[in-house]
Write a protein of this length. Structure first.
Length: 617
């Protein structure tokens, strides 16, 4: 029986609690500093509160400390890790190998996707260093995930199932640093891949002009979760530490419901990793939440529909086509219903996204605040803000309860109320009831209010129990029992963690792993940004550690620096990949991307590795 975890993002404490209430088995949240989303940091006190709430349901809390660290920050990092351990977090996500010697021995470590985890060899190496879990690269197919699981079955595999996609393998993208002095490895990504580019060939021929050629659709694997579980995934991760609480509610609920359906189908194979049942006051709908269109990415091999060259913005759900324009309004063909304030958008004749707010909706006729000048009959319409859904999801939309069975026992001195190993006793004279009391007793004991518990059954001992107990006494016993359960009921979360000492990290038996030719040509890809990391790689057999790109590690490189490694391939997207059934390209390589400000980037197609590299110039 494998425990399966649905892992949800938490921008803040509110989002974390919402994720738990809506079915998450674990949440991941950013620390005050050193998380890969600089805009999503949280105080240690908030993280402690989240742990207290989560552990009631055996939900785990993971904290991201997955940026590269500079020398002057090592002391603060050590202090932070100590505070996180004291706050009872269940693990930290790490990118920088220099952090390993700073981590308290009883605090598990997960290898962030920022450590570029795409091969069996890399995962084996990370396992040898004491990592309990590896967050795999988003680009992997189900067969590649299965291969890693079979080769390294004793490490947990975390895979992304929903949310925004980075076009470069995570941890080896330097485009933001190169163009804007904002390091993605420091949590300051400037979203270079969402910009407009021109694409030209070696002769200057314009292949594409002003298009979002590196902007990917959003990941959605909700209909292929069974495949991921069968391949060996332990944790199913929802992206979105910058997303709001409505996103967290909707997406978490949708995936939790689907996961429960799978577990019901295979009860002998899988079970949820946490406790408690969720009730929802709404029906989740992934189309209602921010998305750029959905893709399975490379889960089932290379597909042509993974990128969104027209716009990097949220398109939303398709709601019909423009039927007729009339003055300051138009009507829509289709079955969708609209509300005042809805956000609607369309792609104009230049394939650019335009949007507007609905001022008034009368059946299928819409009156915009301002009539879009480029709207034409026959154009497809999308709704990226559904007012009815947003109002519904803004309120209380779910509750999570732990099923509780109580036993009321008549003792020599009075009565005992118990649940599992927890019990309270009250001494009082027993009086035979003049009329049946069981129904009233059950009602009184079931009044659990805002506690995390729900009474599902009350047993009576002896079986013919028929004593009178004042409602006030029943309420006192119930309150005392719940207090014991809440203070003592959750097992200490850290106690079963294997200890991973700094000495273990230092004596790992395998040499450092080089992934492909790029790591040899551009050794700054190891992201060595502090003395601890440099010492770590020296002990791993690296003779001359090279500094991270952000620390000047690209300085010795006289040719153009490697900025991105992508499985997304523009040659394939243009239909010119002969290996995958495309036509022979009419354009001469190399191809170049260019921004409106004149910056140019050379593309290299590594067909032997099915990879596209992006270089600065």
């Amino acid at each position: 029986m494998r425990k399966i975890e649905l892992l949800a993002p938490a921008r803040n404490l509110e989002c974390g609690i919402a994720a738990i209430d809506h079915g998450a088995d674990a949440v991941y949240i950013g620390a005050p500093r050193f998380g890969a989303r600089a805009a999503a940091g949280n105080s240690v006190d908030d993280i402690r509160q989240l742990c207290q709430y989560a552990h009631q349901y055996r939900v785990k809390v993971y904290v991201t400390v997955n940026t590269i660290i500079y020398d002057e920050e090592l002391g603060a990092t050590r202090q932070l890790l100590s505070e996180l351990a004291a706050a009872s977090v269940d693990a930290v996500l790490v990118q920088d190998m220099g952090i390993l010697s700073l981590i308290p021995g009883n605090l598990p470590i997960h290898a962030s996707t920022q450590t570029d985890n795409r091969t069996v060899e890399k995962v084996k190496w990370l396992r040898s260093l004491g990592f309990r879990r590896v967050v795999l690269a988003r680009e992997l197919s189900v067969d590649e995930i299965s291969m890693i699981h079979q080769a390294v079955p004793d490490i947990e595999l975390e895979v992304f199932v929903h949310g925004a996609l980075c076009v470069s393998y995570s941890g080896v993208c330097y485009a933001s640093q190169y163009c804007f002095k904002r390091s993605a490895n420091r949590g300051e990504c400037a979203q270079f891949c969402r910009l407009k580019f021109d694409l030209t060939d070696a002769d200057g021929t314009v292949i594409e002009r002003g298009r979002h050629l590196l902007s990917l659709k959003d990941l959605c694997q909700i209909d292929v979760l069974e495949d991921l579980l069968e391949a060996g995934a332990t944790s199913l991760k929802i992206e979105g530490r910058l997303k709001d609480v409505s996103y967290v509610k909707n997406v978490t609920a949708a995936y939790s419901i689907r996961l429960n359906q799978i577990i019901k189908k295979y009860p002998e194979k899988y079970e949820r990793a946490s406790s408690g049942a969720c009730r929802y006051a709404f029906e989740p709908d992934l189309k209602k939440t921010f998305n750029r269109g959905f893709t399975h990415y490379f889960l089932r091999g290379r597909r042509p529909d993974i990128f969104s060259p027209d716009t990097p913005k949220a398109i939303g759900e398709y709601v019909g086509k423009v039927k007729e324009l009339r003055g300051n309004s138009f009507n829509v063909s289709g079955t969708a219903t609209f509300a005042n304030g809805d956000g609607v958008c369309f792609l104009n004749g230049n394939r650019e996204l335009e949007g507007f707010r609905v001022n008034k909706a009368v059946d299928n006729r819409l009156f915009p605040y301002k009539m879009p000048v480029n709207l034409r009959p026959g154009m497809a319409l999308y709704r990226n803000n559904d007012q009815v859904f947003e109002r519904m999801i803004a309120g209380k939309t779910a509750e999570r309860k732990l099923p509780l069975t109580m036993t009321l026992t008549a003792t020599d001195q009075g009565f005992r109320l118990s649940s599992g190993t927890h019990e309270v006793e009250v001494a009082m004279e027993k009086q035979q009831a003049q009329k049946p009391q069981r129904e009233n007793i059950v009602v009184q004991l079931s009044k659990l209010g805002n506690t995390p518990y729900e009474c599902v059954d009350v047993d009576f001992v002896p079986a013919d129990f028929n004593f009178f107990i004042p409602s006030s006494k029943l309420a006192d016993m119930r309150r005392q029992l719940i207090q014991k359960l809440m203070s003592e009921g959750a097992d200490p979360v850290i106690k079963d963690h294997q200890e991973v000492s700094p000495e273990h990290h230092a004596k790992a038996p395998m040499r450092y792993i080089s992934i492909g030719m790029e790591y040899k040509r551009f050794p700054y890809l190891y992201n060595i940004s502090n003395r601890n990391a440099s010492l770590f790689y020296q002990k791993q057999g690296m003779e001359h550690p090279v500094k991270a790109y952000e620390c000047g590690g690209n300085a010795p490189i006289t040719h153009s620096p490697l900025l991105m490694q992508c499985r997304h391939c523009l040659k394939y997207s243009l239909g010119c990949c002969e290996r995958n059934g495309g036509k022979r390209s009419p354009w001469r390589e190399p191809y170049y991307l260019s921004l409106p400000d004149g910056k140019r980037f050379r593309l290299e197609f590594r067909c032997d590795e099915c990879q596209m590299n992006v270089y600065g110039m």
